[in-house]
Design a protein around this ligand. Structure first.
Ligand SMILES: Cc1ncc(COP(=O)(O)O)c(C=O)c1O
Length: 423
């Protein structure tokens, strides 16, 4: 049995986050915009300050004490992150500025080298623009084409015809592990196995999964796995590309410059070994170190415990939202199949109006297309509102959010939609 976070632990966790201690518009902040970016615990902020105040130096270059310490801490962060996602080696863990950069790296380096006219890239209808636009660009340059896995009415993937969708021409399957809009958690292993049977490479977007659940890249069976540090208590401009070693070895570098070289001659260059071949220039040192500390923090609390806590909060929110005939919730109702976020519409009230109304009560939610326009077009919507939870959120905060929705529905005169769940 997995333990839940008890009230004392939750209070202690909340105390770790300086941002959460404030009032917004005179009300205690309720931060429900964690899918956009999470808040940072004091130890992460302190670790980054410590780097700048005590051992600021470049990595892998100097032989003085500060440079050696900076290099040690930077590489220690890589080691911790590799362990966190169960990567088979540190060399297969590459620091990037985040998910977007990691996907672009794969698109430019692997896809442009390996794809040709008529090849297929299989996506889903729930991908973030970061896992969409780089593939459009690859298609423009190579003549490859995009296909998509359809959705079931409950927001899960339609996988019954997966074997037909993945053909001999499919070279890449790129899928999110958890949707940032529907919350759907996808059966990545099953998709990876089907893709590998046809010889396709699999990229998994873990931007919304790694912060919220235990992730084991080897158990998922993927070839590439990408995520962002800022959504998991880490700094902005930190992120990871994990890749299978043999594939990374065969890929050309993404960018050229310092660090990614072994030798530079008058007319040619010998590239560095992994992972440095893909880390051109001075990296985001403080950010990498901060991400390592964020991983320590999450590990100490326990990813399984965090997942359970979010399941509990999400179930509570979904149950409360059932009382609103005006509200449609998107994505699966079953918390086993979804992560800790709830995307909804309130009658025909514009989601931006709901978010502005919520802000007056100190509640931070997101409204818009959430960088998933193809999904919103599929749903026939221009925008939705999204409340997304994390380890520091509480049932009391959900109550504050629900009370705000009761006020909003009266204020805007929202009418029932006749669609309580799903789409
Ligand atoms: C599923 C998903 N993929 C990719 C991204 C892009 O992440 P970043 O902006 O950190 O590169 C996000 C960010 O919201 C996301 O939710």
């Amino acid at each position: 049995m997995i333990e839940l976070l008890d009230e004392v632990q939750l209070e202690e966790i909340r105390d770790d986050f300086p941002v959460l201690q404030q009032k917004v518009h005179g009300k205690p902040l309720v931060y429900f915009d964690n899918a956009a970016t999470s808040q940072k615990p004091r130890i992460v902020i302190d670790a980054m300050n410590d780097y700048y105040q005590r051992y600021n130096a470049n990595v892998h270059r100097g032989i003085h004490a500060l440079a050696e310490r900076a290099t040690r801490e930077y590489e220690l962060a890589r080691e911790k992150i590799a362990r966190f996602i169960n990567a088979p080696s540190q060399e297969s863990v590459i620091f990037t500025r985040g998910t977007t950069e990691a996907i672009n790296l794969v698109a430019y380096s692997w896809a442009q080298t390996n794809l040709k006219n008529g090849d297929e890239i299989l996506l889903t209808f729930m991908e973030h623009h970061s896992n969409t636009v780089p593939w459009y660009q690859v298609c423009e340059r190579t003549g490859a084409v995009i296909k998509r896995i359809e959705l079931n009415p409950d927001g899960t993937l339609r996988l019954d015809d997966l074997d037909k969708l993945i053909t001999e021409r499919t070279k890449l399957v790129a899928v999110t592990q958890q949707s940032n809009v529907l919350g759907t958690i996808n059966p990545v292993r099953l998709i990876a196995d089907a893709a590998h049977k046809k010889g396709a490479v699999v990229l998994v977007d873990g931007a919304q999964s790694v912060p919220h659940m235990p992730v084991d890249v080897q158990a998922l069976g993927c070839d590439f796995f990408v995520f962002s540090g800022h959504k998991m208590c880490g700094p902005t401009a930190s992120g990871i590309l994990y890749g299978r070693r043999a594939i990374l070895e065969a890929m050309p570098p993404f960018m050229g410059g310092g660090e990614m070289i072994k030798e530079v001659w008058f007319d040619h260059v010998k590239y560095n070994d992994l992972p440095y071949k893909f880390e051109a220039g001075t990296p985001n040192i403080a950010e990498a170190i901060g991400l390592g500390v964020a991983v320590d923090y999450l590990t100490r609390i326990g990813m399984e415990k965090i997942r359970q806590h979010e399941k509990e909060i999400t179930q509570y929110a979904l149950d409360c939202l059932k009382d609103f005939p005006e509200i449609t919730v998107y994505g699966p109702y079953d918390v086993e199949k979804r992560g800790g976020l709830v995307t909804f519409t309130l009658g025909d009230v514009h989601p931006h109006d709901i978010a502005t109304f919520a802000d007056q009560d100190g509640i931070a939610i997101r409204a818009g297309h959430h960088c998933a326009m193809p999904l919103h077009k599929k749903l026939g919507l221009a925008a939705t509102a999204r409340a997304s939870f994390y380890l520091y959120n509480t049932r009391d905060e959900v109550d504050t959010f629900i009370a705000m929705l009761h006020k909003a529905k009266k204020f805007f005169g929202a009418c029932p939609t006749g669609r309580a769940m799903g789409y």
